[in-house]
Each structure stands twice: as C-alpha cells, then as structure tokens.
Design a protein around this ligand. Structure first.
Ligand SMILES: [Zn+2]
Length: 166
C-alpha cells in the first residue's frame, strides 16, 4: 500500500466509528494553540484535547508571525480568548539559516530565487518563544486582554515547560 492508500483505509475505519458530527464550529475551550508541524507532536495528546476543543495552528517552528492571520480569525470570528505558543526541543528550525535554504532552493529548483522569503529559523529556543510571545503581545491585532502563554515542549519527555506564562 502507498501512504495515500494507507490514509484512505485508516480514514474509512475512523469515519465508521465517528460520533461527533454535531459539534459546533467555535472551539469549546476557547483556546488557540500555535505549535510546530513536527511529526513527533500530536497536539491532542500533548495538550489533552479532543475534537471541538481548540484551534491548533501549525507551521514550521510554531512561529507566531506566520500564525497571526489564523489567530485573528480565531479570536475575532470564532471566540477564542487564550493563546498558547508551544515550540519544541530538537526543532528543525534550529538547524539552518536563511542563506542555507535560499541556496538549496536555488540549486534544487532550477535557479529559483527565494531570497525575499524569511523562513523564520532561530538559534535559541527559549528566547524565540519569548520573542514570539512578545510579537503577539505587541501586535495591534491581538486584544490586550487575551493572555498569551509561552512553552517549550520537550520532545524527549513529552513535557510542557513554561517559558513565558502570564
Ligand atoms: Zn519544529
């Protein structure tokens, strides 16, 4: 089986036992979580979530500048009032700089130029969590009353470690 066939088979079994089809659109627990796309993180497990509970916005690194569009929709249209930013140990974003990925793109993609794109890598995990939390606290698009909590996920233990929690 290819991965696509495996996914289709898994989904058939999942849909067969699915019973939560009447859940409302707004997240029941009114929380939006920004985290990394890392394959080792399953947010439902890490954060104790079930269907209908929360918005989980994922991107490479769990970077808040990239998540801002979704966070504004989450708060302004769908009623979330708490933000959690959770980046993690051993993140791929700690392993390269913009110049590296710009060169890889240029080589692999027929000379394509991506030097105008900041891929948002970072060097210091805890400092980056603080910086990304501050980015949201200082954004005019995030209401001042919304608490923003910064965490590191230790992927070796699964633990959430508070870094910048109001
Ligand atoms: Zn990561």
């Amino acid at each position: 089986m290819t991965i696509v066939q495996e996914i289709q088979a898994a989904n058939e079994a999942y849909a067969h036992s699915w019973t939560q089809g009447q859940l409302p659109l707004p997240p029941a627990r009114k929380v939006a979580i920004v985290t990394c796309m890392d394959a080792r993180i399953i947010p439902a497990h890490t954060f104790g979530l079930k269907e209908g509970d929360a918005h989980v916005i994922r991107n490479a690194g769990g970077r808040t500048p990239e998540a801002l569009r979704s966070l504004v929709i989450s708060e302004q249209l769908l009623g979330t009032d708490t933000i959690i930013v959770a980046q993690h140990t051993d993140c791929g974003m700690l392993t390269f700089e913009n110049k590296d990925i710009h060169a890889i793109i240029h080589k692999n993609l027929a000379g394509a130029d991506a030097t105008h794109i900041d891929f948002l890598p970072f060097k210091n995990l805890e400092q980056n969590v603080r910086d990304d939390v501050r980015f949201l606290r200082e954004s005019p698009l995030i209401p001042k009353h919304i608490p923003i909590h910064g965490y590191v996920i230790d992927v070796s233990s699964g633990k959430l470690i508070a870094v910048d929690s109001e």
